[in-house]
Design a protein around this ligand. Structure first.
Ligand SMILES: C[S@@+](CC[C@H](N)C(=O)[O-])C[C@H]1O[C@@H](n2cnc3c(N)ncnc32)[C@H](O)[C@@H]1O
Length: 199
């Protein structure tokens, strides 16, 4: 949070180390090391305007920056909502402040709870999994029955260097639960779809 406050919204070069799939991470930018890469934020917005999701679920709001980018997409679409959870109460309060000041609050339901306990009603069209890396398989598995088979699942921090999330996504593919594409961004982004129910 300190790093984000010091940067005051200025773009910095991406900090993540080179990987075989992304040898030049400095070509990307970031606001801070927790918030998704700036280009990934743009991709999230674009995905929302492309897919027109009625319900987005995000795990790991941090300061609400990715939440706000997706909410911008919902505003452009003119419908939909995003439910985002952050379990740390101090971080949650900061995100709440930012969202309240953004003019995008009507599109967002921010919850101070864990992704492993959060109950969501309805069919999820877009899931952005961006919480604690070791629990990503657990949280995607929890929401899987509710995910629209024509919808999209994103799992952030899936680079070959960070490993845990990449391995979780590949294991879920191996188990026949997901089809995954590993996007070669600095921190890695899994773009997936659930297998069950896909026409
Ligand atoms: C990488 S940051 C999220 C960044 C944010 N999505 C963005 O790009 O702007 C991860 C956040 O997840 C939160 N977190 C970790 N485990 C969680 C859980 N089980 N449920 C909800 N939030 C969690 C952390 O406190 C942290 O703020």
């Amino acid at each position: 949070m300190l790093q984000a406050e010091r940067a005051q919204g200025a773009l910095l070069p991406e900090y993540h180390r080179p990987t075989p799939e992304c040898p030049n991470p400095r070509l990307w930018s970031m606001y801070d090391s927790m918030t998704a890469e700036a280009e990934v934020l743009e991709f999230l917005l674009c995905l929302v305007t492309t897919l027109k999701p009625a319900l987005i679920v995000e795990t790991g709001s941090f300061l609400g920056i990715s939440t706000l980018w997706m909410a911008q997409g919902l505003k452009r679409n003119g419908f939909g909502r995003i439910i985002s959870c952050e379990y740390d109460p101090i971080v949650f309060a900061k995100a709440q402040e930012k969202i309240a000041a953004s003019g995008l609050q009507e599109w967002i339901e921010l919850r101070n709870e864990s992704s492993l306990e959060m109950a969501v009603e309805g069919r999820i069209d877009l899931l952005f999994s961006d919480s604690d890396m070791p629990i990503r398989r657990q949280e995607v598995t929890r929401f899987l029955p509710q995910i629209n088979p024509h919808g999209v699942i994103l799992m952030h921090d899936a680079s070959s260097h960070l490993k845990t999330v990449r391995e979780a996504a590949l294991a879920m593919e191996q188990d026949g639960l997901l089809s995954v594409v590993l996007l070669p961004t600095p921190r890695g982004l899994v773009l997936a779809q659930k297998r069950e129910g896909r026409a």
